[in-house]
Every structure is written in structure tokens, then in C-alpha cells.
Design a protein around this ligand. Structure first.
Ligand code: ADP
Ligand code: MG
Length: 746
């Protein structure tokens, strides 16, 4: 086994080409290869409901369950008993520390570890973890983005236990830590994180959905409607030695320069291909960790670009799915490192090949287990489903720009509309069956449900297959996929919390407006279920007619659609800079405030924090690009020019036997010279743009320089020149791993 992995490592193209620190790492890589370890029990490192039942008294457990289902606060003595049981459970698993684990606006997770150890005053120590330590923490909040909610000196922040997402034990290196999922708020009670608004939005959509269920008399036994989420994660895997030699990758997460290889994804031979052995070993190891953490990971496959893969879990309650998604990203990154690999979660790590997204599958389910977006077989007689469907369509049309903003990021700017990901125009794909249903609705009645029939495959041994009533559409940003919607436009590196929060909130609004209108007609009070449906149909038909412009079943990549969308008046917001402005619009402020998801102040803070993050990210990229050009690209060009000179070929010399080579030398030198000029201008522009970074509340912001207008065009110019130089540089003179080294390392 060890010999095998040794030979695999050395035969890896980038390791043998680029050297790297293979010798130091190979021991570790061999160990993990040789010792894959048993598959853990599902959720064995999670303080699950079962663990609670086993470790808590009946009384305490019941009291805990009651407070979860009613949403009432936990009695302090109950919290204390839970804390003590949780600590014993975690210590049984080797935990020495605990942390409140939260999700600041950075998009990643935060933790500060505290030991269970407490001196007992006699020179000895005991292990302690109290109810109040479980329920509330007080980390210094000053260094997290607050978007101006507080000044840096106003440091107090609180974390608050989210009992609806189970605590777990995290193993990293030799550390074992009890992690308690928490919300994170400021001293003033403003949400400083992504979990708090998500939980609020889940409450909002639940409350409004139940109003609709009541109208249909189908609310019996339903104490909650749950937003569900199943996030698919795309990523690239490259050899770690290459990664560590690309300052752009380890600082910015993407390559800022580089020529696509001659062969990349043109032959579509990577998608769903067999997973390379080292990558599979890494995935298996990562999945084992996820299983122990209770992440219901299910699917793995090769994606379109060489070196690109996807994993997906089974869907869960949105807030648990969001927590698990953060853990999934971490496990993938950490495990890749153990295998001498690097996991790239950026939306566009390599220009010229497909980027990575995170499809957010979303639906609403009752606490009794029924999926409210399941059309069922006789969809035309399922008015309740059609009501929910129409409300979602209305929400997406009314708040398309907000939904677009929710997936905006510096990384996603490179991906949206790049003919591999949906364009930055939000539309809804419904498919034939539902489109036909809405046509019938608008024409005055619902009579039948289109079915796909069956397919005869023409060979006797093959079964007859039932055909879905419509094809799939992978070009749509928001597609109905059978019994759920799939928000396909979100970026691979982003947290799913914020887009989910937006979806829940805007759908809550549509459901509320629908419920207001129907309740005002007193439809539920006096009519039979059939009459209720009759009364509702005209309302549904009207709302559908008002919002059906957002429905588009065709090719969203096509130019025709862009023109058509403009005719329909749909927003086409091309950049993050533009998208973030949406957060200041009155309709957006209003919808968050109306449902108690974000106060105007909290929303404004997100506007500021996300804008600042975007600008800072772009300035870092600009500076990194300038540095790479100075430190690698220009010296590489000069080395190559020198090689020509050494062979007696003078730049600019014309004619003669080596005229073509002389022209190449001259071209390289000219490109390097032009690059030097662009780099100077890029440095200036990024200094100007950077001046508006990092100002505290109260301090006046510098006049804002548009990143799109100042930095982006210069970065493009620098890249064009650098890529040209790379294409002309001898391998011996080019000291950065090239795209083909990275994309084809197995
Ligand atoms: P597809 O190939 O169409 O994307 P999958 O069945 O692979 O479909 O599902 C993709 C993701 O959607 C999975 O994570 C799955 O668990 C999730 N999913 C399925 N049903 C729901 C639902 N009702 N709500 C949220 N996510 C769902
Ligand atoms: Mg999918």
C-alpha cells in the first residue's frame, strides 16, 4: 500500500515537474492512504436527540423538547443539566475544550476555544461547563465585520445557543473540541451573523405558510412549516505542491493569470468519468469525517472541467443544512491537505474552463412531513400546491434583484453569465407540466395534468421507462426540479445562509399577501373545500398573470434571452458592485423589516459589510496580481529573452536565418515592458481604491472609487499581457505551475 501511494505521488505530473515539498508531505500522505480507518457510525460525534435521551433525566429531556417545539426559552436549571450531560458526552470523546461556533458576516465560521478545566481552589482542578456557559457566550466582537453597527471600540458581542442545530465534537489535528452552534449578536442586540436572520426568516415563512394551510383546512397537527435545503457543492482538486507555488491561489483562491491548456473540457470526457484513485481516497476520507459529524453526505461525481468534482448531501432543515454546509467545506479543505491535495472552493479558479457553483435546493415541508412543493400526480386538482407555487413565482419576480444580490460576490462575478452558469438575470424555469398548468389557470380553469408517458428503448431486455413530464434545464438560475426549486446561481464558496434567508423572507411576503387577500374574502369560514378552491382560482390566475414574465423555460445562456428579458423588464445586474445597491431600496428594506428578519439598521450593516468585503477582496487581488507580475512574469520574460540573446539572436533584428526568433524575442520584451506600465497603473489604482477600506463607524468614508471602472480593466490588461508572455516563455524560464500542470494532476 505504502509503495503504491509512493509511486502514485511521484507519478503525479505536477509533483515530478515542479518538485515541491513532496518529500516532507509524502509520509503523511502514505499514512492516510495505508490506513483509511473504519467507517464511523452516523453522527457518532454529534450530541443527537438519542444521546440526549440516553444522558438526560426524563423530566429534563421532556422540558427541553417542549421548549424546542414551542419556541419558549429554556429553564436555567434544565440548561444546566443539559450542559453537564453535553460536557460528559464530549469528554468521553476526548474533548478538552468547548467553543461557541458561529457564522460572522465573513461567510466562514468562527470559534474561540475554552477549556473545561477549572481550578477547584485546593490546588486540584475539576472539569466544568455550566448552563450559562452553554446558553450564552461573550466573545470580543470588535474584529468581525459589523458593517458600521458598532465602532471598533464598542467590542461587546454575545453568542446564543441555537438548540435546533445539534452540538458536535470537532477533531482537528490533535485537538478535540465541543462545538455549540450559536447565533452572534452585538451589545445592542443587532444580528452580526448569518444564522440569526436565517432562523428569523424560517419563523416568518413558517407562520405565513401555516396561514395558507389553514385556508385549505390542511393544518391539522402541523405546528411548523420548515424551509428545507440541500446544497450541492462543486470544487476543484489540484496537487498541493502546485497550489503552494501559486501566490494567487493561496491568497485569492483563484488564479489571476494563466493560459488554459490545449485540451481541457472540450471533449466532455471528465464529467461523470471515473474518479481518479487519489481523489477518491480523499473523498472517502472526507465523507467518513462528515458521517461522524452527522452530515448526510450522499453523492459524489466528476464535474465538467478537468480537476472539478461535486458532492451533495441529503437535504435537511435549512439552518442545520447551512451549518453542515460550512462543515462540509472545512472538511473538504482539511482532508485534501492530508492527501497532498488542495481543494479550491472559489467560483472561478481557472479562466477558460467551467467555474464552481453551489446549487441550493429549497422547499417547504410541514412538521408532519409533507412537501408543500410536491405537485403530486394530479397536480391540476392540487390547488394548495398551485397556491404555494404561484406565491414562489411572485416572490422571485417581485424580488429578483434582491435574490441576485444575495448571490453576489467578487468570485461569482466571474461565473455568472459566463456561458457555464446562469446569467445574472433571475428567471424561473418551470418545465412543460407546470407551465401548461399555469396556462390553464390563466385561461379560466384547471382540467388536466400533462404526463410524460413511458419510453420504449427498443431493446427487449431494457425496461420501459416512465418519462418525466418535462426535461431539465441547467441554464436557469432558479429551476423547478420535480418537487423543489433549485437556486443554481449561488457561488461555490459562499454560505447558503444568506440566499436561503432571502428566499424564505420573500416567499413569506407572498404567502402573507395571499393569506391577507383570501382571509379578507372569508373563504375558509363559510365554504366547502371545493368552493374554497373555486374562490381561490381567480386570485391565483391574476397573480400568475402579473408575474409570469419571470418564467422562462428556454436557453438562459442565449443572446436572444438577454434581449427578451430586457423587453420583459427583468433586471440584468451584471456586477456585485451594482447588485449590493439593491439593499438600500425601500421595497427591500420593507420586506425584511415587515417579517422581523432584519431591521433597517441590520440590513444597512450588511450592505456595508458585503460591499467592503467585495472591495477589499478586489484590492487584494489587484495587489497580488501586481506582485506576481513583478516577481514571476517579468523575470520569466527576461530570462527567456536572455536565452535568445545567448543563442546570438538579437531583439529587433530583422531578416536573416533567425528572423522569426528575433521577432519572438522582441515581442516578449515589448510585452514585458507594456506589463511593467500596466502594473504601475494597477498599483496606483489599487492604492486609491484601498483608501476606502476599513473605516470605523463615525469615521467618514473616503469617496468611493468604482472597482469595476478602475481596477478591473487594468487587471484584464495585465492578465492579457501575462498570459501572452506565459505562452512564449520556455518552461525552464517560467517558474509558476501552468494550468495544465494543475488541472491534470491526479
Ligand atoms: P438533481 O440531480 O436534480 O439536482 P438530486 O436528487 O441529486 O437532484 O438532489 C439534489 C439535492 O436536492 C440533494 O441534496 C437533495 O437532498 C436535495 N433535495 C431533494 N428534495 C429536496 C427538498 N424537498 N428540499 C430541499 N432539498 C431537496
Ligand atoms: Mg442538482
Amino acid at each position: 500500500m505504502a509503495i503504491q501511494s509512493q509511486s502514485r505521488s511521484t507519478s503525479s505530473p505536477s509533483l515530478s515537474r515542479n518538485g515541491g515539498d513532496h518529500n516532507g508531505r509524502s509520509l503523511l500522505v502514505e499514512q492516510v492512504h495505508a490506513n483509511p480507518g473504519p467507517t464511523p457510525r452516523f453522527a457518532e460525534d454529534v450530541f443527537t436527540d438519542r444521546a440526549m435521551r440516553e444522558r438526560l433525566s426524563k423530566e429534563v429531556y421532556r422540558s427541553y423538547r417542549r421548549s424546542i417545539s414551542t419556541g419558549n426559552r429554556l429553564d436555567p436549571s434544565v440548561a444546566h443539566s443539559i450542559a453537564s450531560a453535553m460536557k460528559d458526552w464530549a469528554m468521553d470523546r476526548g474533548a478538552t475544550h468547548y467553543t461557541h461556533w458561529f457564522q460572522p458576516l465573513t461567510g466562514s465560521t468562527a470559534e474561540k476555544h475554552d477549556s473545561f478545566l477549572t481550578p477547584d481552589g485546593t490546588g486540584d482542578s475539576i472539569s466544568e461547563f455550566s448552563g450559562s456557559q452553554l446558553v450564552q457566550g461573550e466573545p470580543d466582537a470588535s474584529s468581525f465585520p459589523s458593517g458600521g453597527v458598532r465602532a471598533t471600540f464598542e467590542a461587546r458581542g454575545y453568542t446564543a445557543w441555537d438548540p435546533s442545530s445539534p452540538a458536535f465534537v470537532n477533531r482537528s489535528g490533535s485537538g478535540v473540541t465541543l462545538c455549540i452552534p450559536t447565533a452572534f449578536v452585538s451589545y445592542t442586540g443587532d444580528a452580526l451573523d448569518k444564522k440569526t436572520p436565517l432562523l428569523r426568516s424560517m419563523d416568518a415563512v413558517s407562520e405565513q405558510a401555516i396561514r395558507i394551510l389553514k385556508l385549505f383546512g390542511s393544518d391539522a397537527g402541523v405546528d411548523r412549516v420548515i424551509a428545507t435545503c440541500g446544497p450541492e457543492q462543486e470544487f476543484f482538486i489540484i496537487d498541493r505542491a502546485s497550489y503552494e507555488r501559486r501566490p494567487d491561489l493561496y491568497q485569492c483562491g483563484r488564479t489571476l493569470i494563466g493560459n488554459p491548456p490545449e485540451k481541457h473540457q472540450q471533449l466532455s470526457d471528465h464529467y461523470f468519468g471515473s474518479i481518479p484513485p487519489r481523489v477518491l481516497s480523499f473523498l472517502v476520507a472526507a465523507e467518513k469525517k462528515m458521517i461522524a459529524l452527522g452530515i448526510p453526505i450522499r453523492t459524489r461525481h466528476n464535474e465538467v472541467a478537468p480537476g472539478q468534482y461535486e458532492v451533495a448531501p441529503i437535504f435537511e432543515t435549512a439552518n442545520v443544512a447551512a451549518d453542515h454546509q460550512q462543515l462540509t467545506m472545512r472538511v473538504l479543505r482539511d482532508t485534501a491537505e492530508e492527501f497532498g491535495l488542495a481543494c479550491l472552493m472559489h467560483e472561478k479558479p481557472f479562466a477558460g474552463v467551467n467555474g464552481s457553483g453551489k446549487h441550493i435546493n429549497w422547499s417547504l415541508a410541514t412538521s408532519t412531513g409533507s412537501n408543500l412543493l410536491d405537485p403530486t400526480i394530479e397536480a391540476h386538482s392540487n390547488i394548495e400546491f398551485i397556491t404555494f407555487l404561484v406565491c414562489v413565482i411572485r416572490a422571485v419576480d417581485k424580488h429578483a434583484a434582491l435574490l441576485r444580490a444575495s448571490i453576489a460576490s467578487a468570485g461569482n462575478d466571474h461565473r455568472l453569465g459566463a456561458n457555464e452558469a446562469p446569467p445574472a438575470i433571475v428567471s424561473v424555469f418551470l418545465g412543460d407540466m407546470l407551465t401548461d398548468l399555469l396556462d390553464q389557470l390563466c385561461n379560466g380553469g384547471l382540467h388536466h395534468t400533462k404526463s410524460g408517458g413511458t419510453m420504449d428503448l427498443g431493446a427487449k431486455t431494457l425496461p420501459h421507462l416512465p418519462r418525466d413530464s418535462g426535461d431539465r434545464n441547467r441554464t436557469s438560475p432558479f429551476a423547478f426540479t420535480g418537487n423543489k426549486f433549485e437556486l443554481r446561481a449561488s457561488g461555490a464558496s459562499s454560505s447558503v445562509s444568506w440566499p436561503s434567508t432571502v428566499l424564505n423572507t420573500i416567499v413569506a411576503e407572498s404567502l402573507a399577501d395571499m393569506a391577507d387577500e383570501l382571509e379578507a374574502m372569508h373563504v375558509g369560514a363559510r365554504l366547502t373545500p371545493a368552493q374554497v378552491s373555486e374562490a381561490i382560482l381567480p386570485v391565483l390566475a391574476r397573480v400568475t398573470a402579473e408575474h409570469r414574465r419571470v418564467i422562462f423555460n428556454g436557453d438562459s445562456y442565449s443572446r436572444e434571452w438577454h434581449a427578451e428579458a430586457e423587453r420583459r423588464g427583468l433586471a440584468h445586474i451584471r456586477t456585485s458592485e451594482e447588485a449590493f445597491q439593491i439593499y438600500t431600496e425601500p421595497g427591500v428594506v420593507e420586506v425584511f423589516e415587515r417579517f422581523g428578519v432584519l431591521s433597517p439598521r441590520e440590513l444597512a450593516s450588511r450592505h456595508e459589510a458585503y460591499t467592503e468585503q467585495y472591495r477589499t477582496q478586489m484590492v487584494i487581488e489587484a495587489r497580488c496580481l501586481a506582485a506576481i507580475c513583478e516577481e514571476h512574469v517579468m523575470p520569466g520574460a527576461l530570462r527567456s529573452v536572455a536565452r535568445f540573446h545567448h543563442a546570438g539572436i538579437e531583439c529587433g533584428a530583422t531578416g536573416g536565418a533567425a528572423g522569426n526568433l528575433a521577432a519572438r524575442a522582441a515581442d516578449l520584451l515589448a510585452a514585458a515592458d507594456a506589463l511593467a506600465d500596466v502594473v504601475d497603473r494597477l498599483r496606483e489604482a489599487s492604492a486609491l481604491a484601498g483608501a476606502s477600506e476599513h473605516h470605523g463607524a463615525g469615521e467618514a468614508a473616503q469617496p468611493t472609487v468604482s472597482i469595476q471602472a478602475s481596477i478591473v480593466p487594468l487587471m484584464q490588461q495585465a492578465r492579457t499581457l501575462a498570459d501572452h508572455i506565459e505562452s512564449r516563455c520556455a518552461d525552464a524560464d517560467w517558474d509558476l505551475p501552468r494550468y495544465r500542470d494543475m488541472l491534470f494532476s491526479r
